[in-house]
Design a binder for this molecule. Structure first.
Ligand code: HGY
Ligand code: MN
Ligand code: MN
Length: 410
């Protein structure tokens, strides 16, 4: 019986479309930055669905929300998790597929009258994106004991808001303590967000691990001056130093090659006027590599270049780490099961690393964890045109269903 069990793809797509209406952007896509009113509305909708499916809903002190489905036995649950917060120009699948895929697994089991041995948990974590409050994966980091709760609550957003205040304001400062969770195993279904599966014709990615991530904020302070009258040798131009660092960042990635990627995603100039030499620049650099040694080398070279360029221009440079994660491998036995189940379903499957950060890499520190990828059309993500075909969504959710049943009845 269980071998023939399949999820209801139309129902999954319907939930994705319904959640996409929350924080919908005029040209498509979503904006539900962590702990904003839009995030609250999305949270409330998913809690409503959890309750409709008979799950016992709990909220912890950092706002992570878990819907628990009883098993025939007590004990640590098999957890299906991801996130529902988005970047500012987000798609409708990033994170949401993992959470709503979990609800779809629950509803499929409810319809079939199946109760697993172990309890099942469907969880969404607070602020996975880290766009508004850094670091990313903040909620799962606190959940796993990797970030102190009080420190997390004191985090100040890019818009100046304090995380603890926002959590209380939206009503998600929950009563459940955090840290030292008991989870039997963790599975996250997620879109690849990169071009590999789509370009190579695979349906499922058996994710072997997540690459290392290094986010740095540079604050450069020079002197504003007249763009026309100030001789070049007398300038302390923060805008020039920021631009030089941005250009170096691209060169650095190309020189290191292989898996190295580097991004200047945020750059803010003050006073940001055509005829004024910028007195201040605040920028971010996102470096990633599957190899920790090469990632450290990239950081060292970037920081040295930034310091030299700032000194030569006579500006001050302050550096702040916003996030730093080492490359994280997933549980080999679970990766092997994802691959085997995909093959049993006749789905083309590829073992691969994840270029994006995910909650699974954090939860991997407290229990065996793995990820199931489905293709992103043209590899586009963190973009309102993010798209994954319904058949691929269903394929991923069916692999999730089968793996969760195996883990929950083992
Ligand atoms: O940045 C990331 O990789 C993830 O989307 N938070
Ligand atoms: Mn994500
Ligand atoms: Mn994302």
């Amino acid at each position: 019986m269980q071998q023939n069990l399949r999820i209801d793809g139309a129902r999954l797509s319907l939930r994705l479309a319904r959640l996409a209406e929350v924080g919908a952007l005029p040209g498509g896509g979503c904006c539900r930055l962590a702990l904003t009113d839009e995030d609250k509305a999305g949270r409330d909708l998913v809690v409503e669905w959890m309750r409709e499916l008979g799950l016992a809903v709990s909220i912890d002190a950092i706002g992570n929300v878990t819907g628990l489905r009883k098993g025939t036995q007590d004990g640590p649950p098999v957890m299906i998790g991801s996130h529902i917060d988005t970047v500012r120009t987000g798609g409708i699948y990033d994170g949401c597929l993992g959470v709503l895929g979990g609800l779809e697994v629950v509803e499929t089991l409810n319809d079939a009258g199946i109760v697993t041995k172990r309890p099942l948990a469907v969880t969404y974590f607070t602020d996975e994106e880290g766009s508004r409050f850094q670091p990313d994966m903040l909620g799962s980091l606190v959940y796993a004991g990797g970030l102190d709760l009080e420190q997390a609550l004191a985090t100040v957003a890019i818009d100046g808001a304090k995380l603890g205040d926002e959590l209380r304001r939206i009503g998600y400062a929950g009563p459940v303590p955090v840290g030292k969770p008991q989870v039997h195993a963790f599975v996250e279904l997620h879109i690849e967000q990169g071009p590999v599966l789509d370009a190579e014709g695979f349906t499922i990615g058996a994710v072997e691990g997540v690459q290392g991530i290094s986010w740095t904020e540079f604050t450069i302070t020079g002197q504003s001056n007249h763009a026309g009258t100030t001789p070049m040798h007398m300038r302390q131009d923060a805008g020039y130093v920021a631009a030089a660092i941005a250009a170096f960042t691209r060169r650095l990635a190309n020189e290191i090659g292989s898996d190295q990627v580097a991004t200047v995603g945020a750059l803010d100039l003050t006073p940001n006027l055509v005829n004024v030499v910028a007195e201040r620049a605040v920028m971010t650099v996102d470096l990633r590599n599957t190899d920790e040694t090469r990632l450290q080398d990239a950081e060292r070279r970037l920081f040295a270049f930034a310091d030299e360029t700032a000194a030569a221009e006579g500006v001050t440079l302050k550096r702040r780490s916003l996030a730093r994660f080492q490359p994280t491998p997933f549980a080999p036995h679970l990766v092997a099961r994802v691959e085997a189940i995909a093959k049993e379903f006749g789905l083309p499957v590829k073992r691969m690393p994840s270029g994006a950060g995910h909650d699974a890499q954090i939860i991997a520190s407290v229990c065996p964890a793995c990820m199931i990828f489905v293709p992103s059309e043209k590899g586009i993500s963190h973009n309102v045109t993010e798209y994954t075909k319904p058949d691929d969504l269903s394929a991923g959710a069916n692999v999730l269903l089968r793996l969760v049943l195996e883990l929950a009845d083992s």
